[in-house]
Design a protein around this ligand. Structure first.
Ligand code: NAP
Length: 239
């Protein structure tokens, strides 16, 4: 029987590649993001097993409304939604906007939905996989700090869910091209520069990360919880 999978940010980039893998595996996949048209286009491409639902996952009212549309049993929750605030400015308002924005888009999106569906996670086999970033491990202002907060949160989540046989893990990607993350700022020269920082001589593609997410979500990964899996081509070595 196919599993019920929820992938946040599943309309683009890493989330889209992840949703595609689950759908190809025969799972029923709900993809969530803010832009309905992007989600509908993705679901049309991925086929009838994929259901698009628009929701701002940083908005508690929107998440509350979303709950009625989600499956009553969730086998896999992939907290992938997130982005980096590219705000400039040093005044107090700019600083607050940048830090609050990065916290809301990267931390609240994951924490809110997970807290709201935790009672629906399947005992004995449920999986939570959250996408953080290499930025959490080597620093990158408010974005890196927000992603690092996910690591601390995941430690306690794994401890809370472990007795029910549910795992909670993090995937921390390095640079991944072919997503909306860089908004056009990852040009050829920057891609070459970043490739040179890896051990394998290339930056990542969304499917590199999707493969890691799907492994952590698989039945084979049941003895792996509270971990941070780096997917960065050797740019930053495991610690
Ligand atoms: N690309 C990289 O180099 C890289 C490296 C390390 C980590 N990451 C992380 O990987 C994850 C996926 O990013 P990506 O590279 O695939 O970029 P992306 O294409 O921009 O994907 C981010 C997705 O998150 C959704 N999203 C953002 N805020 C949301 C909100 N408040 N509510 C619901 N959905 C929201 C976006 O859809 P809407 O805009 O329609 O809401 C979008 O589909 C992110 O958490 C990112 O921080 C990326």
């Amino acid at each position: 029987m196919g599993r019920n999978v929820v992938v946040t940010g599943g309309g683009t980039g890493i989330g889209l590649a992840t949703a595609r893998r689950f759908a190809q595996n025969g799972d029923d996949v709900t993809i969530v993001g803010r832009r309905r048209e992007v989600l509908v286009e993705a679901a049309t491409e991925l086929g009838p097993r994929v259901r698009p639902i628009a929701c701002d996952l940083a908005d508690p009212d929107a998440v509350e409304s979303l709950l009625g549309d989600l499956p009553s049993r969730v086998d896999v929750l992939v907290n992938n939604a997130g982005s980096r605030e590219i705000g400039v400015g040093a005044g107090p308002h700019a600083v607050v906007a940048r830090w609050r924005g990065d916290f809301e888009r990267n931390v609240l999106t994951a924490v809110l939905l997970t807290e709201c569906v935790r009672d629906r996670l399947t005992p004995g086999s449920g999986r939570v996989v959250t996408v953080s970033s290499i930025a959490a491990l080597r620093g990158a202002g408010s974005y890196g700090a927000a992603k690092a907060a996910l690591h601390a949160w995941n430690h306690s989540l794994a401890a809370q869910l472990g007795p029910s046989g549910i795992t909670a893990n993090i995937v921390a990607p390095g640079t991944v091209a072919g997503t909306e993350f860089f908004g056009g700022r990852l040009d050829e020269a920057e891609a070459v520069r970043r490739s040179g920082r890896t051990l394998v001589g290339r930056i990542g593609v969304p499917d590199d990360v999707a493969a890691a997410v799907c492994f952590l979500a698989s039945p084979d990964a049941g003895y792996l919880t509270g971990e941070i899996l780096n997917v960065n081509g050797g740019e930053l070595l495991g610690r």
